[in-house]
Design a protein around this ligand. Structure first.
Ligand code: CAA
Length: 380
C-alpha cells in the first residue's frame, strides 16, 4: 500500500486545478443561471487531453491511469460540476465502453474523435419507464439483416443535444429478456433520430440533458458493440467504471464546498471573533474534512483496483454511495456555515448544494448502489 501520488499524477491534478480556476470559475454562475453549455471550456478540455484520459494514445487518448482521472474529476468538479459530468460520461461511459468492447473499426471511426473532443459522446440507457429497472427496455432494435431498425425514446441523456456519438441500449429479442438487448452506436444526423426537449434542472444546469426520439432509424450492424445480446452486460460493465467518475465528481463537489466554508469561516466575524474560532463551526469543518478524506480514499481504492485489473464492482458502488451522501451533507453544511450569504448565488455554495443532489441519482441511485453492494457481499 502506497499513499504517495506520482509526479505524473500530481501534474495532472495541478493542470486540472489550474484549468478549473482560470477557465471554469469565471462565468460559472452565469452558465448555471442561464443553462449555458460550456462549449468553449469543453473544447479546451479536449485539447488538454481530459476527455479521453485513460484511452490508449493510439486512439488519441491520454494513456493515464484511473487515479489521475479521479484527481482531475475532483478538481474540475470543485468548480463546475456541469463540466465534469460532460467529462465523466465521455471518459468512463463512452470512450471506455468503445475501447473495451468495440471492434477495431469502431475504435478508429469513433474513439479517435471522442478522445479529443472533436466528437462528444452520450450514453443512452434510461427511458421514461426504465431508470433503475434497466432491464425493462422499451426501445427496440429489430434485426433487419444488415441493419437494426431502432424505435423508442430515451430520457435524461447527458450530452443529449451536443453529442455526435450516442451509445443506445435497445431490446432486439424480448423473449431473451436482458440477453436480447444490444448496444448500438448511433450518429447524430441518422434519419429518424430527433433530439427532444432540454430538461430544466435543479443542478448541473450548464450540462445539456435531453430526451431522444428514434423512429425507424437504420443503424448498420457494424455499429453493434460486441456479440448479439451483449448490450445489457455492456451497460452494466460500463456503469461499474462510470461510478468511479461520479464518485469523484461528488468528492469534488464536497471538497469545493468545504474549501469555501473553511475560507469563509476564517474571514467572517461573529461575537467578537472569526467564526472558525467557535466550536459549532469547528465541529462542522471536522466532520466535512473527515468525510472528504474517506470519500477520496474510497475513490482511489476503486480506481486502483480497476488499474490493477481486479474486481472493482463493489468498491466503485461503495465509493459512489459514500461520496454522493458526503457531497449532499457537506454542501448543506457549507451553506449553513455561510449563513445568509450561503443562500445567495455569488458565494457558490448554494450551486454546489444543488449540483450535489444528482450524484445520488444518476449512474445508479444510492438505493441501486446498495443492491449492487449487497449482491457482491452475498456472492458465493
Ligand atoms: N456488473 C456486471 N454485470 C452485472 C452487474 C454489474 N454491476 N449487475 C448486473 N449484472 C448482470 C448480471 O450478472 C446478469 O447477467 P446474467 O443474467 O448473464 O448473469 C444481468 O446483468 C442482469 O442482472 P440482474 O438479474 O441482477 O438484473 P436486475 O434487473 O435484478 O438488476 C440492476 C440489475 C443492478 C438493478 C441494474 O438494472 C442497474 O444497475 N440499474 C441501474 C441503472 C443505472 O445505473 N442507470 C444509470 C443511467 S446512465 C446515466 O445516468 C448516465 C448519465 O447520463 C450520467
Amino acid at each position: 500500500m502506497n499513499f504517495e501520488l506520482t509526479e505524473e499524477q500530481l501534474a495532472v491534478r495541478d493542470a486540472a486545478r489550474d484549468f478549473a480556476q482560470t477557465e471554469l470559475l469565471p462565468g460559472v454562475i452565469e452558465r448555471d443561471e442561464n443553462q449555458i453549455y460550456p462549449k468553449e471550456q469543453v473544447k479546451k478540455l479536449g485539447e488538454l487531453g481530459f476527455l479521453g484520459m485513460m484511452a490508449d494514445p493510439k486512439y488519441n487518448g491520454g494513456g493515464m491511469d484511473s487515479i489521475s482521472y479521479v484527481l482531475a474529476m475532483e478538481e474540475i468538479s470543485k468548480v463546475d460540476a456541469s463540466c465534469s459530468v460532460i467529462m465523466s460520461v465521455n471518459n468512463s461511459l463512452v470512450c471506455w465502453g468503445i475501447e473495451k468492447y468495440g471492434n477495431e473499426e469502431q475504435k478508429e471511426k469513433y474513439l479517435t474523435k471522442l478522445t479529443t473532443g472533436e466528437h462528444i459522446g452520450a450514453f443512452c440507457l434510461s427511458e421514461p419507464e426504465a431508470g433503475s429497472d434497466a432491464t425493462s427496455q422499451r426501445t427496440t432494435a429489430i434485426d433487419m439483416g444488415d441493419h437494426y431498425l431502432l424505435n423508442g425514446t430515451k430520457n435524461w441523456i447527458t450530452n443529449g443535444g451536443t453529442a455526435s456519438t450516442y451509445i443506445v441500449i435497445a431490446q432486439t429479442d424480448v423473449d431473451k429478456k436482458h440477453h436480447g438487448i444490444n448496444a448500438l452506436i448511433v450518429e447524430k444526423g441518422m434519419e429518424g433520430f430527433v433530439v427532444g426537449k432540454k430538461e430544466n434542472k435543479l443542478g448541473i444546469r450548464g450540462s445539456d440533458t435531453h430526451s431522444l426520439m428514434f423512429t425507424d432509424v437504420k443503424v448498420p450492424k457494424a455499429n453493434r458493440i460486441g456479440e448479439d445480446g451483449f448490450g445489457f452486460k455492456f451497460a452494466m460493465s460500463t456503469l461499474n467504471g462510470g461510478r468511479i467518475g461520479i464518485a469523484s465528481q461528488a468528492l469534488g463537489i464536497a471538497s469545493g464546498a468545504y474549501e469555501l466554508a473553511l475560507q469563509y469561516s476564517k474571514e467572517r466575524k461573529a461575537f467578537g471573533k472569526e467564526i472558525s474560532q467557535h466550536q459549532a463551526i469547528q465541529f462542522k469543518l471536522s466532520d466535512m474534512a473527515t468525510q472528504i478524506e474517506a470519500a477520496r480514499l474510497m475513490c482511489f481504492h476503486a480506481a486502483a483496483l480497476k488499474d490493477q485489473g481486479k474486481d472493482y464492482v463493489k468498491a466503485a458502488a461503495m465509493a459512489k454511495l459514500f461520496a454522493s451522501k458526503a457531497a449532499m451533507d457537506i454542501t448543506v453544511e457549507a451553506v449553513q456555515v455561510h449563513g445568509g450569504y450561503g443562500f445567495v448565488k455569488e458565494y457558490h455554495v448554494e450551486r454546489l448544494m444543488r449540483d450535489a443532489k444528482i450524484t445520488q441519482i444518476y449512474e445508479g441511485t444510492s438505493e441501486i448502489q446498495k443492491i449492487v453492494i449487497a449482491r457482491e457481499l452475498l456472492k458465493r
